[in-house]
Design a protein. Structure first.
Length: 135
């Protein structure tokens, strides 16, 4: 069974972690994703960086499918709409710590986990710890 995207959960968790540490959360957004509603004059190279700190935005909703809030750009209040798939990263402005996301962040299914690179492992050789990327 395919699991839902982990991206909205990770965005919420990293946002809270950054805010709890007194830093300024920023989102890197791909504006080419359908549905993104941001001020076009602030887009650079198809992306926009948005300050989503509590004092910079109002009505922030970090939802499962989208992020919405109101913010001021050049003195004008604007509604922002970001589909969750358009979020490329969330990080702290002060030190850059946070998380980047890949294009495909779907969970790995059990069938993907069953592959074995070495069909006949040497029983005398101790197993080395290993890490793998879980998307």
């Amino acid at each position: 069974m395919q699991m839902t995207s982990s991206r909205p959960y990770l965005v919420r968790a990293i946002y809270q972690w950054i805010a709890d540490n007194g830093m300024t959360p920023h989102l890197l957004v791909d504006v080419s994703v359908d549905g993104v509603l941001v001020p076009a004059e602030h887009v650079q190279n198809g992306k926009i960086i948005l300050n989503v700190a509590p004092m910079a935005v109002s009505s922030l909703i970090l939802g499962d499918d989208e992020i919405t809030f109101t913010a001021r750009f050049s003195g004008k209040s604007q509604s922002i709409y970001i589909p969750i798939d358009a979020v490329l990263a969330i990080y702290a402005k002060e030190n850059g710590q946070g998380m980047m996301f890949s294009d495909d962040d779907g969970a790995i299914s059990a069938a993907d986990d069953e592959s074995d690179d070495d069909p006949e492992p040497d029983p005398d050789k101790p197993k080395r710890p290993s890490l793998r990327v879980v998307k």
